[in-house]
Design a protein around this ligand. Structure first.
Ligand SMILES: Cc1ncc(COP(=O)(O)O)c(C=O)c1O
Length: 390
């Protein structure tokens, strides 16, 4: 990192690169393959309508011109989606297409916060939530999410002076990594709390389609007063299996979208037009696809929890997302210590809860991206490792 700025030097190395190195070392040493549950990249292909729409648009010459501002067709499709699926009415200036929610989460603090501003973040949380405020020179305060409270943030725990100082808050349910979902009372409290202290809210709704109970996940914007203080990010990566295509959207408060759009229109242009066509096809032509994806993750979660349970690893049922949040056995200092021992003794790779925050100390996260056979093999290896008492 000879020429790196302080800003870049201060970025904590991605846990994924550490895991990748450990995985390579295991395979070299044992000659055995690692069963990798660490990264949540879906292995369910997108539906044919999406692939076809992208393929058609790739052959159009006009797709290769710069797109300087959001296209009306994309805005219309998103508006219809939010109205029909979530009961939320949006105007054009309340919609901004993104190259993934990751990109937005990276830049939002830069667009909305000044150095020294305070951002409230859940703990555990998706790692970019914490990196992005630091890149913008902002500070953050962690709001714990604990099992005894169904992993819901308790706003009453936040000290008054912190609430008064906070400029921005990021919240996300259905939740990665815990798999928790939030109820109406939680969202009502969130809107009330944020309104009382004038805190801007970003609700990351990447998993709204992956709620296993079958009761559809809601939009934060459907709650009264939410649009006055917040935006929602929604992604095509999970429900429509388009993670590699990079398409998401920011919707909601126009005074939050405006500075963000100004920043992004300065840094870059809109994404490749065929990706927008694919997203429109996902919204208008994918039929039951998102439900099939949801049901498949629900089935995988149940299967993994059953199989690992037989190997002595008892894990709570999971309500949503594509992850399982699993407790580590006693006797380890924290989840990163356990993770390396699990890898060494079984060749099973998981993600340390500590990479999501302090509250993840006694948990690891498993992504539901392996075949049934691999899950069964992993369970056999875990049983043989002797790390859990069956
Ligand atoms: C909670 C959460 N937010 C955002 C993202 C990033 O999604 P996208 O592919 O839209 O950038 C992920 C990806 O795993 C995620 O889990």
């Amino acid at each position: 990192m000879k020429y790196a700025s302080k800003r870049v030097r201060d970025i904590k190395a991605s846990s994924f690169s550490d895991l990748f190195a450990a995985k390579e070392a295991y395979s070299r040493k044992t000659g055995q393959s690692v069963i990798d549950f660490s990264i949540g990249s879906s292995n369910i292909p997108p539906c044919d309508a999406v692939k076809q729409a992208i393929a058609n648009a790739v052959l159009e010459d006009e797709s290769y011109q710069y797109t300087l501002s959001p296209q009306q067709e994309t805005l219309d499709a998103i508006r219809e989606w939010y109205a029909n699926r979530y009961g939320v009415e949006l105007r054009d200036e309340e919609i901004f297409p993104l190259k993934g929610s990751q990109e937005a989460l990276s830049h939002i603090p830069m667009a909305l916060c000044d150095p020294g501003d305070l951002v409230l973040l859940p703990d555990p949380c998706y790692p970019i939530y914490r990196t992005a405020p630091s890149l913008a020179g902002a500070d953050f305060y962690s709001m714990p999410m604990r099992r005894e409270n169904d992993y819901l943030i308790d706003f009453d725990e936040i000290p008054e002076e912190i609430a008064r100082k906070a400029k921005l808050m990021i919240v996300s349910y259905p939740n990665n990594p815990t798999g928790a979902v939030a109820n109406d009372a939680f969202y009502e409290k969130l809107v009330e709390f944020a309104t009382r202290y004038q805190i801007l809210v970003v609700h990351d709704n990447a998993y709204s389609e992956l709620v296993f109970s079958g009761e559809p996940g809601k939009s934060f914007l459907a709650y009264e007063g939410a649009k006055e203080i917040g935006v929602e990010l929604n992604s095509f990566s999970k429900a429509y299996s388009m993670g590699g295509a990079r398409m998401a959207v920011m919707v909601g408060n126009k005074d939050m979208i405006e500075p963000y759009a100004k920043l992004m229109n300065t840094i870059d242009f809109q994404s490749f037009a065929p990706i927008h066509k694919g997203a429109i096809a996902a919204l208008r032509e994918s039929g039951e696809f998102a439900h099939e994806v949801r049901d498949e993750y629900a089935r995988r979660a149940e299967h993994l929890i059953d199989e690992f349970g037989k190997a002595g690893w008892n894990i709570d049922p999971v309500k949503a997302t594509m992850f399982v949040w699993a407790p580590i056995p006693d006797g380890y200092e924290d989840s990163s210590q356990f993770l390396f021992e699990l890898l060494e003794k079984s060749g099973v790779l998981v993600n340390a809860g500590t990479s999501f925050g302090e509250e993840g100390k006694r948990y690891v996260r498993l992504a539901l991206v392996r075949s049934d056979e691999e899950v069964e093999e992993a369970a056999r290896r875990i049983a043989d490792s002797g790390l859990f008492k069956a």
